[in-house]
Write a protein that binds this ligand. Sequence first.
Ligand code: MG
Length: 204
Amino acid sequence: MKIIAIGLNYASHNKEMKRTFESEEPVIFMKPDSALLKNGKPFFIPDFSEEMHYETEVVVKISRLGKNIAEKYAHRYYDEVTVGIDFTARDLQRRQKEKGLPWEVSKSFDNSAPIGKFVPKETFSDIQNINFQLDINGNTVQQGNTKDMIFSVNKIIAYVSKFFTLKIGDLIFTGTPAGIGAVAINDHLEGYIENEKLLDFYVK
Ligand code: MG
């Protein structure tokens, strides 16, 4: 399986990143399957970064094989959602950006993609209007609503599938809203969609 992640998909986050332009197409990057962290296992901060940031994101799971999927049919290609963290070694990413180099070392390293428990997308009446949030040590640090996505889930699926065949089990991280920040050892991360806690793990 593969993990496709969307960058810069919320205007509020783009502002905090001091992006002055909006991309006309989704910004995409990938994480390998070795990036997955599941079942509440702890995340160990790797020693190559001094600035490990959480990015809380709604994650959708692909349920059908597809290529060149039309936007109007895209809703048929995913069936479950959860909340996940797109861990980013911000210091490394900054260095890569300065040199014009790809982001992978800063975003796609082992265990950089913790995911919560999946729930059927029908749990929610409108996938483009769900609240999600991250609490760290009991304090809410990041909150978003999928209605604020620049590119909707269906638009993302249509765009991504032009380049990459989507397979059953592939995951799409749909971007983070404002409120990113650093994690520290012993932090307790809890991710919610609406009032349901789907993600729960510790940083070690
Ligand atoms: Mg992200």
